[in-house]
Design a protein around this ligand. Structure first.
Ligand SMILES: [Zn+2]
Length: 136
């Protein structure tokens, strides 16, 4: 099967841009799904376009892959007293202004210092600000 060209992918974008990324492989037509998963050109364009549609700056993230998970709400902003839903595994921890990975038990989060996709250093857990705020 010939790979899908970016131009064709872009033309089909509107048809499938509402499908959650976790369901593209099962709900979008095979050629589109393959382009999304296997063609970096298509995948990156798709992620940038979704953010553009939402008027959110994609470049605030270290890379498009982290942005992608954030986009799909698999990265959820959580506070210490909240529990994210089970399907959310990369979490932005508001209290600490940092990212973490949720343990499948949902009982705790593991702080991550580096992006799992691009390896760049992520904002470090800001314990200082957090506990200062609680003391005030
Ligand atoms: Zn990254």
């Amino acid at each position: 099967m010939p790979k899908m060209e970016l131009r064709d992918f872009m033309e089909q974008y509107l048809l499938y841009s509402r499908i959650p990324i976790t369901e593209i492989t099962t709900k979008a037509p095979f050629a589109f799904a393959m382009a999304f998963t296997e063609e970096p050109q298509c995948r990156n364009w798709y992620i940038r376009q979704r953010f553009k549609d939402l008027h959110v700056d994609v470049d605030q993230f270290c890379c498009l892959e982290l942005a992608c998970w954030h986009l799909e709400d698999l990265t959820q902003t959580v506070r210490k007293d909240q529990r994210p839903s089970p399907e959310k595994f990369v979490i932005y921890w508001e209290d600490f202004r940092a990212f973490g990975i949720q343990h499948p038990s949902r009982k705790f989060c593991i702080p991550i210092d580096y992006c799992p996709w691009c390896g760049k250093r992520l904002p470090q857990f800001d314990y200082y600000t957090k506990y200062r705020k609680e003391e005030e």
